[in-house]
Design a protein around this ligand. Structure first.
Ligand SMILES: *Cc1c(COP(=O)(O)O)cnc(C)c1O
Length: 517
C-alpha cells in the first residue's frame, strides 16, 4: 500500500503483521530446526564398513552408552547448513553500515591467494626451512604495516583488535617495569567515547582506568588530559579518528603532554581506514597501535570470519615486542621463538598469528598499491560525508553539520516526541533489507546512530540507502509509529529480548521430557 508520495503507509507494513504460513517459512526464507531436533541416531550420510572387533585401550574411560550425535542423510545435511548460512546477513548480501566495524567488500582475489596450497596447507610446526615463502609473506606484510604507520617494529601474532590492545598495553607495562616504575605508574587515561575494549584491556593488565571527558566538539582537549596528568599516569588509550567519526586534531599536543610526563601513547587503530596513506600514526606521537586487518585491509569479518590485530610499536617500545618474530639472515628467514636475555614481553598466543588473514591483507595491499590505499581512505571519508550531507536536514548531528571522517554519527534529538526510539528506527531498517547501523555507541551521544558506509559502496548503492533512511525518517516525523513499534515485521524473527539473550544465553540443547499419557 503506497501513499501519495509513493511511500508504503504504516497500514501497508502493519498489514503483513500476524500473517502466518503453515510451514512457518516466510516466502523463500526457510525455518530451520536445530539439528538435534531433526537428526536421528540411526541415520548417517556416509556408508562405513562395520569395524573389525578391536580391544579398547581406554579401560574404564571407554564410553558405555551411545554417543547420541544427530544423524542426517547427505541432502538433509546440505540443506541444514545452507539454510543456516542464509540466516546470516553478510557484506556479500548487502550494505552493512555498522559504524566502527568497517564492513567493506573482501575482494575475491584475496580468497584465491589465501587458498594457494603453499599458504593454506602448511602447519605451524613445520620446520622454518620448509615454509620460507609463508615467512617471507609475513615479513612483507609487516614491512607494509611499518611503512604505513611509521613504526619501528610490529607484533604480528595478536588475533583480533582487542588482543592487539592487550599486546600493546603489555608492551607499555613491560617498558614501565623496566624503568622500575611499575609500582607507581598505575593509571591509564581513556576518553569517554572509547570502545569498551579499551578500559577492559587496561584493567586486564592491572592498570586503573580514569575517564577523560569528551569536549563539546566531540574530541579530547589537551587541557582535559593535562588536568589528569601526574607521575602516576602510565598511558592514554586514544582512538583516532575517534568513535564519533572525528579526527582528534590535538593528537600531537596530547602525545607531547604524555611523553613529557614519562607516559606512553596507545592509539586504538580500529579506525585506521580513514587515514591510511594520509598520515602515519607514529609521526603523530603514537607509541603503540593495533591494526584490525579485518577492518582496514578487507578480509572477511562479521558473520564469523577470524580477525587479526597486529600491533605497531615505536622505537621506545620495540625492544618489548612479543615473540615470535621473524629474523632475516641473508636470504634465510628464521623465527625467534624465545625471549632469552631480551626485554621481550613473551608470547601472546600459540604459533604465529592468523596466516590466512595475513595473505588476504597483503593481497589487498598489493592489488591496491600505495596510491590505491590512499584512494580507498579518501573514498571512505567521501562516502561517509555524502551520507551525512544527505541526511543532515532530517536527522540530528550531535556535533554540528561539519565534515566527518569515515563514519557519520547521528543522535536521537530529531526523534524527540515522535514515540520512535533509536532501537525502533534500527529495527525498521531490517524490514527494508538493511543491517542496522551501530546503535547507542559511542556512549557520549544520546541514542547514537553511527553509520560507516565504507569505500566499497557505489553511488547507486549509497543513494538507495540514503533514500530508504530518508523515507523512514519522514515516516517517524509524520507520526507513523506503527511502522516502527513492532519492527521488524518481515524478518523470520520479530523483536527479541537481546539483553536477556546476551546475559542468559542457552547454549546447550536438552532433550524435551516426553509428555505423559
Ligand atoms: C572493532 C574495534 C575494536 C576491537 O576490535 P576486535 O577485532 O573486534 O577485537 C576496538 N576498538 C574499536 C574502536 C573498534 O571499532
Amino acid at each position: 500500500m503506497l501513499n501519495q508520495q509513493g511511500r508504503p503507509t504504516s497500514a501497508g507494513i502493519a498489514g503483513t503483521r500476524g500473517r502466518r504460513t503453515f510451514t512457518s517459512n516466510r516466502a523463500l526464507q526457510m525455518e530451520e530446526a536445530l539439528i538435534f531436533e531433526t537428526g536421528r541416531h540411526d541415520v548417517t550420510g556416509v556408508d562405513l564398513d562395520e569395524p573389525e572387533p578391536f580391544a579398547s585401550r581406554l579401560g574404564a574411560l571407554a564410553r558405555a552408552d551411545a554417543i547420541g550425535l544427530p544423524g542426517l542423510s547427505e541432502p538433509e545435511t546440505m540443506r541444514h547448513y545452507v539454510r543456516l548460512s542464509q540466516k546470516n546477513y553478510a557484506i556479500d548480501s548487502g550494505l552493512y553500515p555498522l559504524g566502527s566495524c568497517t564492513m567493506k567488500h573482501n575482494p575475491r582475489l584475496n580468497e584465491a591467494m589465501a587458498r594457494l596450497p603453499g599458504f593454506s596447507d602448511i602447519h605451524p610446526l613445520q620446520p622454518p626451512s620448509t615454509v620460507q615463502g609463508a615467512l617471507a609473506l609475513i615479513e612483507e606484510l609487516a614491512r607494509w604495516l611499518m611503512v604505513l604507520t611509521g613504526a619501528e617494529a610490529v607484533a604480528m601474532s595478536p588475533k583480533a583488535g582487542a588482543h592487539g590492545e592487550l599486546c600493546g598495553m603489555a608492551a607499555i607495562k613491560a617498558a614501565i617495569d623496566a624503568k622500575g616504575e611499575g609500582a607507581t605508574r598505575r593509571i591509564v587515561l581513556v576518553p569517554e567515547s572509547a570502545h569498551g575494549t579499551n578500559p577492559a584491556t587496561a584493567a586486564a593488565i592491572g592498570f586503573i582506568v580514569k575517564a577523560v571527558p569528551t569536549g563539546a566538539d566531540g574530541t579530547v582537549h589537551p587541557d582535559a588530559v593535562r588536568a589528569l596528568m601526574g607521575p602516576d599516569v602510565a598511558a592514554i588509550m586514544l582512538t583516532n579518528p575517534n568513535t564519533c567519526g572525528l579526527f582528534e586534531k590535538d593528537i600531537v599536543e596530547i602525545a607531547a603532554i604524555l611523553h613529557e610526563a614519562g607516559a606512553y601513547f596507545y592509539c586504538d587503530g580500529a579506525n585506521f581506514n580513514a587515514i591510511v596513506g594520509k598520515a602515519r600514526p607514529v609521526d603523530l606521537g603514537v607509541d603503540a597501535m593495533h591494526i584490525n586487518l579485518h577492518k582496514t585491509f578487507s578480509t572477511p569479518h562479521g558473520g564469523g570470519g577470524p580477525g587479526s590485530g597486529p600491533v605497531v610499536l615505536s622505537r621506545r617500545l620495540a625492544p618489548f615486542a612479543p615473540v615470535p618474530f621473524i629474523r632475516r639472515d641473508g636470504d634465510a628467514l628464521s623465527l625467534v621463538e624465545h625471549t632469552d636475555g631480551s626485554q621481550s614481553l613473551g608470547r601472546l598466543t600459540a604459533f604465529h598469528g592468523q596466516m590466512g588473514m595475513f595473505v588476504r591483507a597483503l593481497s589487498y595491499m598489493l592489488s591496491h598499491g600505495s596510491d590505491g590505499l590512499k584512494q580507498a581512505s579518501e573514498d571512505a571519508v567521501l562516502n561517509a560525508n555524502y551520507v551525512r550531507a544527505c541526511l543532515a536536514d532530517l536527522m540530528s548531528l550531535p556535533f554540528g553539520n561539519r565534515p566527518c571522517m569515515h563514519e557519520a554519527l547521528f543522535d536521537d534529538t530529531w526523534l524527540k516526541d515522535t514515540g520512535v526510539t533509536t532501537l525502533d528506527f534500527a529495527k525498521a531498517m531490517i524490514d527494508e533489507g538493511y543491517h542496522p547501523m551501530t546503535m547507542y555507541f559511542p556512549l557520549v551521544v544520546h541514542g547514537a546512530m553511527l553509520i560507516e558506509p565504507t569505500e566499497s559502496e557505489s553511488r547507486a548503492s549509497l543513494d538507495l540507502f540514503i533514500m530508504t533512511l530518508r523515507d523512514l525518517a519522514r515516516s517517524a516525523l509524520d507520526g507513523e509509529t506503527d511502522r516502527f513499534s513492532g519492527a521488524p515485521y518481515l524478518a523470520p524473527r520479530r523483536r527479541l529480548d537481546e539483553t536477556r539473550a546476551a546475559r542468559n544465553p542457552i547454549l546447550r540443547w536438552t532433550k524435551p521430557k516426553p509428555i505423559d499419557g
